[in-house]
Design a protein around this ligand. Structure first.
Ligand code: FAD
Length: 489
Protein backbone atom coordinates (compact mmCIF):
# COMPACT_ATOMS: atom_id res chain seq x y z
CA UNK A 1 0.00 0.00 0.00
CA UNK A 2 1.35 3.49 -0.79
CA UNK A 3 1.09 6.56 1.48
CA UNK A 4 1.86 10.17 0.87
CA UNK A 5 5.16 11.25 2.39
CA UNK A 6 4.89 13.59 5.35
CA UNK A 7 7.27 16.50 5.78
CA UNK A 8 7.45 18.66 8.88
CA UNK A 9 8.88 22.13 8.37
CA UNK A 10 10.14 23.85 11.53
CA UNK A 11 9.92 27.67 11.45
CA UNK A 12 7.30 29.68 9.56
CA UNK A 13 9.72 32.45 8.58
CA UNK A 14 9.96 33.23 4.85
CA UNK A 15 12.24 30.25 4.13
CA UNK A 16 10.09 27.75 6.05
CA UNK A 17 6.90 28.99 4.34
CA UNK A 18 8.45 28.75 0.87
CA UNK A 19 9.83 25.27 1.64
CA UNK A 20 6.37 24.13 2.78
CA UNK A 21 4.76 25.46 -0.43
CA UNK A 22 7.46 23.81 -2.53
CA UNK A 23 6.93 20.37 -0.95
CA UNK A 24 3.18 20.73 -1.15
CA UNK A 25 3.54 21.47 -4.88
CA UNK A 26 5.38 18.14 -5.15
CA UNK A 27 2.33 16.45 -3.56
CA UNK A 28 3.76 15.88 -0.06
CA UNK A 29 1.64 16.17 3.07
CA UNK A 30 3.20 19.08 4.99
CA UNK A 31 2.97 20.29 8.59
CA UNK A 32 4.50 23.68 9.38
CA UNK A 33 5.42 24.35 13.03
CA UNK A 34 6.11 27.86 14.34
CA UNK A 35 7.17 28.65 17.92
CA UNK A 36 5.67 32.15 17.92
CA UNK A 37 2.01 33.21 17.61
CA UNK A 38 0.54 33.84 14.13
CA UNK A 39 2.11 37.09 12.82
CA UNK A 40 -1.15 37.90 11.03
CA UNK A 41 -2.97 38.43 14.37
CA UNK A 42 -3.22 42.08 15.50
CA UNK A 43 -1.65 41.20 18.87
CA UNK A 44 1.46 39.76 17.10
CA UNK A 45 1.70 42.79 14.80
CA UNK A 46 2.40 45.11 17.73
CA UNK A 47 5.19 42.79 18.89
CA UNK A 48 6.74 42.38 15.42
CA UNK A 49 7.00 46.16 15.02
CA UNK A 50 9.72 46.09 17.64
CA UNK A 51 11.87 44.02 15.25
CA UNK A 52 13.75 44.95 12.09
CA UNK A 53 11.17 46.39 9.69
CA UNK A 54 12.43 46.07 6.17
CA UNK A 55 15.02 44.38 4.01
CA UNK A 56 16.29 44.47 0.47
CA UNK A 57 15.22 41.68 -1.79
CA UNK A 58 16.91 41.16 -5.13
CA UNK A 59 16.39 39.04 -8.24
CA UNK A 60 17.79 35.94 -6.53
CA UNK A 61 15.03 35.95 -3.93
CA UNK A 62 12.37 36.94 -6.46
CA UNK A 63 13.44 34.22 -8.91
CA UNK A 64 13.29 31.68 -6.05
CA UNK A 65 9.75 32.67 -5.04
CA UNK A 66 8.76 32.76 -8.71
CA UNK A 67 10.06 29.24 -9.33
CA UNK A 68 7.89 27.87 -6.50
CA UNK A 69 4.90 30.21 -6.54
CA UNK A 70 4.64 32.67 -9.47
CA UNK A 71 1.46 34.31 -8.06
CA UNK A 72 3.08 35.14 -4.73
CA UNK A 73 6.08 36.65 -6.53
CA UNK A 74 3.82 38.85 -8.66
CA UNK A 75 1.73 40.00 -5.67
CA UNK A 76 4.73 40.73 -3.58
CA UNK A 77 6.36 42.88 -6.28
CA UNK A 78 3.39 45.25 -5.96
CA UNK A 79 4.37 46.22 -2.41
CA UNK A 80 8.09 46.82 -2.89
CA UNK A 81 9.92 50.13 -3.27
CA UNK A 82 12.57 49.80 -5.98
CA UNK A 83 16.01 51.19 -5.11
CA UNK A 84 18.04 52.04 -8.23
CA UNK A 85 21.33 52.73 -6.50
CA UNK A 86 23.23 53.82 -3.44
CA UNK A 87 23.03 57.43 -2.29
CA UNK A 88 26.30 58.25 -0.57
CA UNK A 89 26.04 60.93 2.12
CA UNK A 90 29.48 62.53 2.63
CA UNK A 91 30.44 64.15 5.95
CA UNK A 92 30.37 67.61 4.33
CA UNK A 93 26.75 67.07 3.23
CA UNK A 94 27.50 66.26 -0.44
CA UNK A 95 25.30 63.59 -2.01
CA UNK A 96 26.54 61.16 -4.59
CA UNK A 97 24.26 58.69 -6.40
CA UNK A 98 25.87 55.40 -7.51
CA UNK A 99 23.47 53.46 -9.77
CA UNK A 100 23.51 49.68 -9.17
CA UNK A 101 23.10 48.54 -12.72
CA UNK A 102 23.54 50.17 -16.12
CA UNK A 103 20.47 48.31 -17.41
CA UNK A 104 18.30 49.88 -14.71
CA UNK A 105 17.82 46.77 -12.57
CA UNK A 106 16.92 47.57 -8.95
CA UNK A 107 16.93 45.99 -5.54
CA UNK A 108 13.69 46.25 -3.62
CA UNK A 109 12.84 47.44 -0.15
CA UNK A 110 10.12 45.27 1.35
CA UNK A 111 8.39 45.14 4.68
CA UNK A 112 9.68 41.97 6.34
CA UNK A 113 6.37 41.16 8.01
CA UNK A 114 4.41 41.74 4.81
CA UNK A 115 6.61 39.31 2.88
CA UNK A 116 6.35 36.73 5.65
CA UNK A 117 2.58 37.18 5.96
CA UNK A 118 2.13 36.80 2.24
CA UNK A 119 4.02 33.51 2.09
CA UNK A 120 2.30 32.29 5.26
CA UNK A 121 -1.09 33.10 3.79
CA UNK A 122 -0.18 31.16 0.65
CA UNK A 123 0.99 28.18 2.73
CA UNK A 124 -2.11 28.26 4.96
CA UNK A 125 -4.43 28.20 1.97
CA UNK A 126 -2.86 25.06 0.49
CA UNK A 127 -4.94 21.93 1.22
CA UNK A 128 -1.69 19.94 1.63
CA UNK A 129 -0.30 22.17 4.42
CA UNK A 130 -1.37 22.40 8.08
CA UNK A 131 0.13 25.25 10.09
CA UNK A 132 0.63 25.14 13.88
CA UNK A 133 1.54 28.27 15.85
CA UNK A 134 2.97 28.47 19.34
CA UNK A 135 4.40 24.99 18.76
CA UNK A 136 8.06 25.06 19.69
CA UNK A 137 10.18 22.13 18.57
CA UNK A 138 12.38 20.94 21.43
CA UNK A 139 13.94 17.67 20.31
CA UNK A 140 14.27 15.44 17.26
CA UNK A 141 14.91 11.70 17.17
CA UNK A 142 16.08 11.24 13.60
CA UNK A 143 16.33 7.46 13.80
CA UNK A 144 12.76 7.05 15.03
CA UNK A 145 11.67 9.99 12.82
CA UNK A 146 9.83 11.70 15.67
CA UNK A 147 10.09 15.23 17.01
CA UNK A 148 9.06 16.55 20.38
CA UNK A 149 7.09 19.79 20.56
CA UNK A 150 6.00 22.12 23.32
CA UNK A 151 2.52 23.48 22.64
CA UNK A 152 2.92 26.84 24.37
CA UNK A 153 -0.78 27.79 24.34
CA UNK A 154 -1.89 24.49 25.92
CA UNK A 155 1.23 24.10 28.11
CA UNK A 156 1.71 20.51 27.01
CA UNK A 157 4.16 18.41 25.02
CA UNK A 158 3.50 16.15 22.06
CA UNK A 159 5.42 13.86 19.71
CA UNK A 160 4.99 14.21 15.96
CA UNK A 161 6.23 11.70 13.39
CA UNK A 162 7.67 12.58 9.98
CA UNK A 163 9.33 11.17 6.90
CA UNK A 164 11.38 14.30 6.31
CA UNK A 165 12.11 17.23 8.63
CA UNK A 166 13.16 20.62 7.26
CA UNK A 167 14.84 22.93 9.77
CA UNK A 168 14.08 26.53 8.77
CA UNK A 169 14.18 27.74 12.35
CA UNK A 170 16.71 30.55 12.02
CA UNK A 171 20.24 31.23 13.27
CA UNK A 172 19.80 29.51 16.64
CA UNK A 173 18.21 26.44 15.03
CA UNK A 174 17.07 23.62 17.30
CA UNK A 175 16.85 21.21 14.34
CA UNK A 176 20.50 21.90 13.42
CA UNK A 177 21.60 21.34 17.03
CA UNK A 178 19.67 18.07 17.15
CA UNK A 179 21.14 16.99 13.82
CA UNK A 180 24.65 17.60 15.16
CA UNK A 181 24.05 14.88 17.75
CA UNK A 182 23.69 12.17 15.09
CA UNK A 183 25.81 13.64 12.31
CA UNK A 184 29.46 14.68 12.05
CA UNK A 185 28.54 18.19 11.04
CA UNK A 186 31.27 20.84 10.87
CA UNK A 187 29.89 23.93 12.50
CA UNK A 188 31.39 27.34 13.00
CA UNK A 189 29.91 30.43 14.65
CA UNK A 190 31.38 33.91 14.75
CA UNK A 191 30.13 37.15 16.24
CA UNK A 192 31.78 40.08 14.47
CA UNK A 193 32.98 42.95 16.66
CA UNK A 194 30.28 45.26 15.33
CA UNK A 195 26.66 45.67 16.38
CA UNK A 196 23.62 47.37 14.95
CA UNK A 197 20.87 49.65 16.25
CA UNK A 198 17.72 50.45 14.30
CA UNK A 199 16.43 54.03 14.15
CA UNK A 200 13.26 55.36 12.55
CA UNK A 201 13.31 58.37 10.24
CA UNK A 202 9.76 59.81 10.18
CA UNK A 203 7.95 61.04 7.08
CA UNK A 204 7.95 64.75 6.19
CA UNK A 205 4.56 66.41 6.51
CA UNK A 206 3.55 69.57 4.61
CA UNK A 207 1.10 72.28 5.75
CA UNK A 208 -1.86 70.35 4.36
CA UNK A 209 -0.75 67.26 6.27
CA UNK A 210 0.43 65.42 3.15
CA UNK A 211 3.24 62.96 3.82
CA UNK A 212 6.42 62.58 1.79
CA UNK A 213 9.81 60.90 2.12
CA UNK A 214 12.53 62.87 3.92
CA UNK A 215 15.10 61.43 1.45
CA UNK A 216 14.99 60.13 -2.13
CA UNK A 217 12.93 56.93 -1.83
CA UNK A 218 14.50 55.15 -4.79
CA UNK A 219 17.94 54.84 -3.26
CA UNK A 220 19.50 52.84 -0.48
CA UNK A 221 21.14 55.61 1.56
CA UNK A 222 24.59 55.09 3.04
CA UNK A 223 26.63 57.32 5.35
CA UNK A 224 30.07 55.60 5.14
CA UNK A 225 32.38 56.71 7.95
CA UNK A 226 35.30 54.24 7.63
CA UNK A 227 34.92 52.13 10.79
CA UNK A 228 31.15 52.54 11.04
CA UNK A 229 28.18 53.47 8.85
CA UNK A 230 24.51 54.32 8.78
CA UNK A 231 22.15 53.00 6.13
CA UNK A 232 18.49 53.80 5.40
CA UNK A 233 15.84 51.86 3.44
CA UNK A 234 12.41 53.33 2.53
CA UNK A 235 9.06 52.01 3.80
CA UNK A 236 5.60 52.23 2.23
CA UNK A 237 4.45 54.70 4.95
CA UNK A 238 7.06 57.30 3.81
CA UNK A 239 9.36 56.56 6.73
CA UNK A 240 12.88 55.16 6.46
CA UNK A 241 14.34 52.44 8.63
CA UNK A 242 17.91 53.46 9.43
CA UNK A 243 20.44 50.98 10.74
CA UNK A 244 23.60 52.11 12.47
CA UNK A 245 26.45 49.55 12.24
CA UNK A 246 29.42 50.31 14.50
CA UNK A 247 32.14 48.55 16.50
CA UNK A 248 30.92 47.53 19.96
CA UNK A 249 33.82 49.51 21.49
CA UNK A 250 32.61 52.72 19.74
CA UNK A 251 29.05 52.22 21.02
CA UNK A 252 30.31 51.44 24.54
CA UNK A 253 31.78 54.94 24.73
CA UNK A 254 28.38 56.50 23.94
CA UNK A 255 26.88 55.68 27.30
CA UNK A 256 24.38 58.55 27.59
CA UNK A 257 21.74 59.99 25.23
CA UNK A 258 23.62 63.33 25.12
CA UNK A 259 26.89 61.72 24.09
CA UNK A 260 25.06 59.68 21.46
CA UNK A 261 23.25 62.69 19.97
CA UNK A 262 26.47 64.74 19.84
CA UNK A 263 28.37 61.92 18.20
CA UNK A 264 25.51 61.24 15.76
CA UNK A 265 25.31 64.93 14.84
CA UNK A 266 29.04 65.07 14.13
CA UNK A 267 28.98 62.21 11.64
CA UNK A 268 25.40 62.15 10.33
CA UNK A 269 24.23 65.74 10.45
CA UNK A 270 21.58 65.52 7.71
CA UNK A 271 20.24 62.26 9.16
CA UNK A 272 19.95 63.87 12.61
CA UNK A 273 17.91 66.71 11.10
CA UNK A 274 15.58 64.25 9.35
CA UNK A 275 15.18 61.93 12.35
CA UNK A 276 14.88 64.68 14.98
CA UNK A 277 16.71 64.76 18.31
CA UNK A 278 13.80 63.50 20.42
CA UNK A 279 13.12 60.53 18.12
CA UNK A 280 16.80 59.68 18.08
CA UNK A 281 16.98 59.69 21.88
CA UNK A 282 13.83 57.53 22.07
CA UNK A 283 15.23 54.93 19.68
CA UNK A 284 18.67 54.99 21.30
CA UNK A 285 17.18 54.32 24.73
CA UNK A 286 14.55 51.76 23.67
CA UNK A 287 16.01 49.86 20.74
CA UNK A 288 18.46 47.05 21.43
CA UNK A 289 22.08 46.89 20.34
CA UNK A 290 21.93 43.66 18.36
CA UNK A 291 24.82 41.33 17.48
CA UNK A 292 25.87 40.25 13.98
CA UNK A 293 26.40 36.53 13.69
CA UNK A 294 27.94 34.43 10.94
CA UNK A 295 27.49 30.64 11.00
CA UNK A 296 28.72 27.94 8.64
CA UNK A 297 27.72 24.29 8.62
CA UNK A 298 28.52 21.23 6.50
CA UNK A 299 26.82 18.94 5.59
CA UNK A 300 23.26 20.24 5.70
CA UNK A 301 21.36 16.94 5.62
CA UNK A 302 21.05 13.66 7.48
CA UNK A 303 20.37 10.53 5.40
CA UNK A 304 16.95 10.69 3.71
CA UNK A 305 15.23 12.36 6.65
CA UNK A 306 16.49 15.81 7.56
CA UNK A 307 17.89 19.01 6.09
CA UNK A 308 18.48 22.58 7.30
CA UNK A 309 17.83 25.61 5.08
CA UNK A 310 18.06 29.41 5.34
CA UNK A 311 19.58 30.98 8.45
CA UNK A 312 19.35 27.62 10.23
CA UNK A 313 22.12 26.44 7.89
CA UNK A 314 24.02 29.66 7.24
CA UNK A 315 23.68 33.06 8.87
CA UNK A 316 25.69 35.78 7.21
CA UNK A 317 26.42 39.41 7.98
CA UNK A 318 23.82 41.57 6.19
CA UNK A 319 26.19 43.69 4.08
CA UNK A 320 25.32 42.19 0.70
CA UNK A 321 21.60 42.11 1.56
CA UNK A 322 21.67 38.43 0.56
CA UNK A 323 20.78 36.49 3.76
CA UNK A 324 17.14 36.00 2.90
CA UNK A 325 17.72 35.96 -0.86
CA UNK A 326 20.13 33.10 -0.32
CA UNK A 327 17.73 31.26 2.01
CA UNK A 328 14.94 31.48 -0.56
CA UNK A 329 17.41 30.28 -3.19
CA UNK A 330 18.16 27.23 -0.98
CA UNK A 331 14.51 26.24 -1.48
CA UNK A 332 14.73 26.74 -5.25
CA UNK A 333 17.84 24.57 -5.46
CA UNK A 334 16.27 21.82 -3.32
CA UNK A 335 13.18 21.98 -5.54
CA UNK A 336 15.35 21.46 -8.62
CA UNK A 337 17.21 18.52 -7.07
CA UNK A 338 13.99 16.79 -5.93
CA UNK A 339 12.75 17.08 -9.52
CA UNK A 340 16.02 15.96 -11.06
CA UNK A 341 16.18 12.90 -8.78
CA UNK A 342 12.47 12.21 -9.48
CA UNK A 343 11.63 11.90 -5.79
CA UNK A 344 8.10 10.60 -5.50
CA UNK A 345 5.64 12.14 -2.99
CA UNK A 346 4.36 8.67 -2.17
CA UNK A 347 6.01 6.00 -0.02
CA UNK A 348 5.86 2.74 -1.87
CA UNK A 349 8.12 0.79 0.46
CA UNK A 350 10.46 0.48 -2.48
CA UNK A 351 14.08 0.99 -1.41
CA UNK A 352 14.98 2.69 -4.69
CA UNK A 353 12.44 5.46 -3.92
CA UNK A 354 14.03 6.19 -0.53
CA UNK A 355 17.43 6.23 -2.17
CA UNK A 356 16.29 8.93 -4.56
CA UNK A 357 15.40 11.22 -1.65
CA UNK A 358 18.66 10.54 0.12
CA UNK A 359 20.53 11.25 -3.16
CA UNK A 360 18.71 14.56 -3.64
CA UNK A 361 19.57 15.69 -0.09
CA UNK A 362 23.15 14.52 -0.42
CA UNK A 363 23.57 16.36 -3.72
CA UNK A 364 22.18 19.46 -2.02
CA UNK A 365 24.91 19.33 0.65
CA UNK A 366 27.65 18.66 -1.89
CA UNK A 367 26.64 21.16 -4.54
CA UNK A 368 25.35 23.99 -2.37
CA UNK A 369 28.18 24.21 0.16
CA UNK A 370 30.69 26.11 -1.97
CA UNK A 371 28.01 28.68 -2.84
CA UNK A 372 27.11 29.26 0.80
CA UNK A 373 30.74 29.74 1.78
CA UNK A 374 31.25 32.10 -1.17
CA UNK A 375 28.35 34.40 -0.27
CA UNK A 376 29.26 34.42 3.44
CA UNK A 377 32.78 35.62 2.49
CA UNK A 378 31.49 38.14 -0.07
CA UNK A 379 29.07 39.55 2.53
CA UNK A 380 31.88 40.04 5.03
CA UNK A 381 34.08 41.74 2.42
CA UNK A 382 31.25 44.05 1.37
CA UNK A 383 31.16 45.66 4.81
CA UNK A 384 34.53 47.29 4.14
CA UNK A 385 33.28 48.39 0.71
CA UNK A 386 30.10 49.94 2.13
CA UNK A 387 31.55 51.72 5.14
CA UNK A 388 34.72 52.96 3.49
CA UNK A 389 35.74 52.01 -0.06
CA UNK A 390 32.68 53.53 -1.80
CA UNK A 391 34.14 56.99 -1.16
CA UNK A 392 37.69 56.28 -2.38
CA UNK A 393 38.95 57.36 -5.85
CA UNK A 394 40.26 53.85 -6.60
CA UNK A 395 36.79 52.38 -6.05
CA UNK A 396 35.21 55.00 -8.32
CA UNK A 397 37.80 54.34 -11.06
CA UNK A 398 37.24 50.58 -10.74
CA UNK A 399 33.47 51.05 -10.98
CA UNK A 400 33.88 53.17 -14.13
CA UNK A 401 36.21 50.53 -15.61
CA UNK A 402 33.64 47.80 -14.83
CA UNK A 403 30.88 49.81 -16.46
CA UNK A 404 32.88 50.47 -19.64
CA UNK A 405 33.70 46.76 -20.03
CA UNK A 406 30.12 45.80 -19.12
CA UNK A 407 28.82 48.10 -21.89
CA UNK A 408 31.39 46.90 -24.44
CA UNK A 409 30.57 43.22 -23.82
CA UNK A 410 26.85 43.78 -23.37
CA UNK A 411 25.95 41.82 -26.51
CA UNK A 412 27.34 38.72 -24.81
CA UNK A 413 25.19 38.97 -21.68
CA UNK A 414 21.64 37.69 -21.37
CA UNK A 415 18.66 39.72 -20.21
CA UNK A 416 17.06 39.22 -16.81
CA UNK A 417 13.85 37.87 -18.33
CA UNK A 418 15.93 35.31 -20.22
CA UNK A 419 17.78 34.01 -17.20
CA UNK A 420 14.84 34.17 -14.77
CA UNK A 421 12.80 32.23 -17.33
CA UNK A 422 15.24 29.32 -17.28
CA UNK A 423 15.09 29.13 -13.50
CA UNK A 424 11.48 27.99 -13.23
CA UNK A 425 12.27 24.71 -14.93
CA UNK A 426 14.32 21.76 -13.75
CA UNK A 427 17.57 23.62 -13.88
CA UNK A 428 20.40 24.30 -11.48
CA UNK A 429 22.06 27.73 -11.36
CA UNK A 430 25.26 26.86 -13.13
CA UNK A 431 25.53 29.52 -15.80
CA UNK A 432 28.82 31.29 -16.46
CA UNK A 433 28.46 35.04 -16.94
CA UNK A 434 29.20 35.88 -20.57
CA UNK A 435 31.12 39.09 -21.08
CA UNK A 436 32.29 41.33 -18.26
CA UNK A 437 29.64 41.51 -15.53
CA UNK A 438 30.42 43.61 -12.42
CA UNK A 439 30.54 41.74 -9.09
CA UNK A 440 27.53 43.52 -7.56
CA UNK A 441 25.44 42.77 -10.67
CA UNK A 442 26.37 39.08 -10.56
CA UNK A 443 25.55 38.68 -6.86
CA UNK A 444 22.35 40.65 -6.96
CA UNK A 445 20.81 40.40 -10.41
CA UNK A 446 22.07 37.08 -11.84
CA UNK A 447 20.39 34.12 -10.11
CA UNK A 448 21.51 31.97 -13.03
CA UNK A 449 25.11 32.36 -11.84
CA UNK A 450 25.94 30.52 -8.60
CA UNK A 451 27.61 32.44 -5.76
CA UNK A 452 30.72 30.29 -6.15
CA UNK A 453 30.98 31.12 -9.87
CA UNK A 454 30.46 34.79 -8.94
CA UNK A 455 33.39 34.64 -6.55
CA UNK A 456 35.69 32.84 -9.00
CA UNK A 457 34.75 35.28 -11.77
CA UNK A 458 35.39 38.26 -9.46
CA UNK A 459 38.83 36.86 -8.62
CA UNK A 460 39.96 36.67 -12.25
CA UNK A 461 38.44 40.08 -12.95
CA UNK A 462 40.50 41.48 -10.06
CA UNK A 463 43.68 39.94 -11.50
CA UNK A 464 42.95 41.51 -14.91
CA UNK A 465 42.24 44.92 -13.34
CA UNK A 466 45.47 44.72 -11.35
CA UNK A 467 47.43 43.74 -14.46
CA UNK A 468 45.86 46.61 -16.44
CA UNK A 469 46.62 48.99 -13.55
CA UNK A 470 50.27 47.91 -13.29
CA UNK A 471 50.73 48.04 -17.10
CA UNK A 472 49.19 51.53 -17.23
CA UNK A 473 51.40 52.76 -14.40
CA UNK A 474 54.50 51.30 -16.10
CA UNK A 475 53.58 52.95 -19.43
CA UNK A 476 53.01 56.34 -17.74
CA UNK A 477 56.31 56.00 -15.82
CA UNK A 478 58.08 54.98 -19.06
CA UNK A 479 56.72 58.01 -20.95
CA UNK A 480 57.72 60.40 -18.10
CA UNK A 481 61.19 58.83 -17.94
CA UNK A 482 61.56 59.14 -21.74
CA UNK A 483 60.46 62.77 -21.74
CA UNK A 484 62.84 63.60 -18.87
CA UNK A 485 65.76 61.96 -20.66
CA UNK A 486 65.04 63.94 -23.77
CA UNK A 487 64.85 67.04 -21.50
CA UNK A 488 61.31 67.79 -22.69
CA UNK A 489 60.06 68.12 -19.07
P1 FAD B 1 13.93 33.50 10.31
O1 FAD B 1 13.40 34.69 9.57
O2 FAD B 1 14.83 33.73 11.45
O3 FAD B 1 12.72 32.55 10.70
C1 FAD B 1 12.89 31.46 11.58
C2 FAD B 1 11.53 31.12 12.20
O4 FAD B 1 11.67 29.93 12.98
C3 FAD B 1 11.03 32.21 13.15
O5 FAD B 1 9.70 32.53 12.81
C4 FAD B 1 11.13 31.56 14.53
O6 FAD B 1 10.14 32.00 15.43
C5 FAD B 1 10.96 30.09 14.19
N1 FAD B 1 11.57 29.18 15.18
C6 FAD B 1 12.78 29.27 15.76
N2 FAD B 1 13.01 28.23 16.57
C7 FAD B 1 11.90 27.46 16.52
C8 FAD B 1 11.52 26.24 17.16
N3 FAD B 1 12.34 25.61 18.01
N4 FAD B 1 10.31 25.71 16.88
C9 FAD B 1 9.46 26.32 16.01
N5 FAD B 1 9.76 27.49 15.39
C10 FAD B 1 10.97 28.04 15.64
N6 FAD B 1 18.56 39.51 4.09
C11 FAD B 1 18.33 39.95 2.82
O7 FAD B 1 18.16 39.13 1.90
N7 FAD B 1 18.29 41.30 2.53
C12 FAD B 1 18.49 42.24 3.49
O8 FAD B 1 18.46 43.44 3.20
C13 FAD B 1 18.75 41.81 4.83
N8 FAD B 1 18.95 42.72 5.80
C14 FAD B 1 19.22 42.29 7.07
C15 FAD B 1 19.49 43.24 8.06
C16 FAD B 1 19.81 42.84 9.34
C17 FAD B 1 20.13 43.89 10.37
C18 FAD B 1 19.84 41.45 9.65
C19 FAD B 1 20.20 40.99 11.04
C20 FAD B 1 19.57 40.49 8.68
C21 FAD B 1 19.26 40.90 7.39
N9 FAD B 1 18.98 39.96 6.37
C22 FAD B 1 18.76 40.39 5.09
C23 FAD B 1 18.98 38.51 6.65
C24 FAD B 1 17.55 37.98 6.83
O9 FAD B 1 16.90 38.69 7.84
C25 FAD B 1 17.59 36.49 7.20
O10 FAD B 1 18.48 35.82 6.34
C26 FAD B 1 16.19 35.86 7.04
O11 FAD B 1 15.28 36.44 7.92
C27 FAD B 1 16.27 34.35 7.30
O12 FAD B 1 15.00 33.78 7.11
P2 FAD B 1 14.67 32.35 7.73
O13 FAD B 1 13.27 32.05 7.33
O14 FAD B 1 15.76 31.38 7.38
O15 FAD B 1 14.80 32.54 9.31
Amino acid sequence: MSHRRKAVVVGAGPVGCLAAIMLSNHGWKVELYEGRPDIRLPSSKAASQQRSINLAISHRGIAAIQSVDPNAAQRFMQSVIPMRGRMIHHVDGRLDSQIYDRDGQCINSIDRTLLNEDLLQEASSSPNIRVFFEHKVQGVDFDKRVMNIRDVSQSCELDVSFDLIIGADGSYSTVRRQMMRVLRMDYQQEYIRHEYIELRMPADRDKEGRLSFALDANHLHIWPRKSFMLIALPNQDYTFTCTLFAPSSELDRLDSPDKFVNWFGTYFQDALLAIGEQNLIKDFTHNPRSPLICTRSNPYHYKDRGIVLGDAAHSMVPFYGQGLNCGLEDVRILNVLLKQEQVSPTKTGNEADDLRLSRALSRYSQERHKDLIAIADLAMANYVEMRHLVTTPLYIIRKAFDNVLYSLTRGCTTSLAEHCGTLSGVEYAEGEPRGWVPLYTMVTFRPDVSYDTVRRTAEWQKRIVEAVGVTTLMCVAGVIWGLRRSKMI
